[in-house]
Design a binder for this molecule. Structure first.
Ligand SMILES: [Zn+2]
Ligand SMILES: [Zn+2]
Length: 247
């Protein structure tokens, strides 16, 4: 979920209070990476948030994980979060976002603009799907990503190939409450592939914390087995982040 450290609402304590009231066991605070336009996290905001998360850890009724939602920015698989920040996270989320700073747009205009703002048919262009698939595959191989967010939201990929990389790298596929419709065409392939899913409220407002009406309907309609969903019947295991103890 997001907070006021990027384009969400409230702080860690607000999310904690709502999660505790709703009986959640574990949440991840996950603001947009440094390359997002205007409302992005920064080193200073990350430091403050990380301090708040350490305080929340002492309260114990809800486990609060430090994450950040990185954006993949080109087909080399570069992302907009520096390594030393990743090293301080418990969880790393990754997705495509179109509201990125100009430097990223200039270096990968097709990726940012056609995916982000083009028509649906333009986004389905074969070369672009190939580019997107390379971008995500490389990022998943280069970084300790735990969760692939809102798959196929704006940036369409070859789902079969991405599922193979996710499986090989132990990456969970997010069932995103805000964008679950983008998974309709992909779910068959994902179910066959053997990947594991994870709940993602993508809550920007505090009141959305832990609410999953659309995801619940999607899970039922597609018969996704509970034991394949972290947050329902599976316990998530997040990758150790490099040098975490040294920072
Ligand atoms: Zn956002
Ligand atoms: Zn996102």
């Amino acid at each position: 979920m997001h907070t006021a450290a990027s384009d969400g609402q409230g702080c860690v304590a607000d999310k904690y209070a709502c999660a505790a009231a709703r009986g959640l066991k574990e949440i991840a605070i996950c603001d947009h990476g440094f390359g997002s336009i205007l409302l992005h996290s920064t080193r200073r905001k990350f430091d403050v948030q990380n301090g708040d998360i350490l305080k929340a850890a002492a309260m114990k009724s809800v486990t609060v994980r430090q994450s950040i939602e990185a954006s993949v920015v080109n087909d080399a698989g570069d992302i907009d979060v520096p390594d030393d920040i990743i090293a301080r996270c418990d969880v790393l989320h990754l997705g495509f976002h179109r509201l990125m700073q100009f430097g990223y747009i200039r270096r990968a205009p097709q990726f940012m603009l056609v995916n982000g703002w083009g028509t649906k048919s333009a986004r389905l262009d074969e070369d672009l799907v190939e580019y997107n698939t390379r971008a995500f595959s490389n990022a998943l191989r280069r970084y300790p990503v735990d969760v692939l967010c809102h798959l196929n939201h704006r940036a369409q990929v070859d789902v079969k190939r991405i599922a193979e990389v996710a499986l090989e790298r132990g990456v969970y596929i997010e069932l995103n409450e805000k964008h679950i419709e983008t998974m309709e065409s992909a779910i068959g392939i994902l179910l066959e592939s053997g990947v594991t899913f994870i709940l993602g409220s993508d809550a920007h407002r505090t009141a959305q914390t832990g609410l999953f009406p659309r995801v619940t309907e999607f899970i039922k309609r597609h018969g996704i087995p509970e034991e394949r969903i972290c947050g329902v019947g599976a316990e998530p295991r997040f990758k150790p982040k490099k040098n975490k103890t040294e920072v």
